[in-house]
Design a protein around this ligand. Structure first.
Ligand code: CO
Length: 190
């Protein structure tokens, strides 16, 4: 089911998501399906559960969008489309690199964000099988962005004070629903 995407300004986006109990995960299938449906409907490449109003530690990503990027196949991807349950970034390394990021919860805004170039992550897949994966470049970037959502961090939090100040008005308008967007959103202040 396509769910409304929670817009910037909703406190759920600032909250740390709860870990899923792997021994008793509850109903995950429909949550996973909702994440995919909502992400594809909004033409996103990744989405985290808090963005559909559920504060649980899970995100999904479809990396196939980037398959023509340099070094894409140097990554040891388990699947092109991956579900990450209770992800844990064990290590981030490499040089800092800057890349423009956007977010389905912050439509029409794109800003350069600096992060480490590679990482090692542990997570469970949709069958609750554990995995470890090392990746870099754009794959790592998508994972870092979605992982941050589970910690209550948005890419705008990573910007320098001056850049954030420039966006303040625009972010304010998004939070009250004064934004031109093609997919359904929910606005906390409405
Ligand atoms: Co995002």
């Amino acid at each position: 089911m396509i769910r409304p995407i929670v817009a910037y300004g909703d406190p759920i986006l600032k909250k740390k998501a709860l870990e899923i109990n792997i021994d008793e995960p509850g109903e995950l299938k429909s949550l996973i399906k909702d994440l995919w449906d909502t992400m594809y409907n909004a033409k996103g490449v990744g989405i985290a559960a808090p963005q559909i109003g559920i504060s649980k530690s899970i995100f999904v990503a479809d990396f196939s969008f980037f398959k023509d990027e340099d070094n894409f196949f140097e990554n040891e991807l388990i699947n092109m489309k991956q579900v990450f349950i209770n992800p844990n970034i064990i290590k981030e390394k490499g040089d800092n690199y800057t890349y423009p990021e956007g977010c389905l919860s912050i439509p029409n805004i794109s800003e350069n964000v600096t992060r480490k170039s590679s990482l090692k992550i542990k997570f469970f897949d949709e069958n609750l099988s554990p995995h470890k994966m090392e990746c870099s470049g754009i794959i790592a970037r998508v994972i870092q962005h979605e992982y941050d959502h589970l910690k209550g961090i948005l890419f705008t939090d990573k910007l320098k004070y001056k850049e954030r100040k420039k966006l303040r008005e625009e972010l304010n308008l998004i939070s009250i629903g004064d934004v031109d967007v093609k997919y359904k959103m929910s606005f906390f202040k409405n």
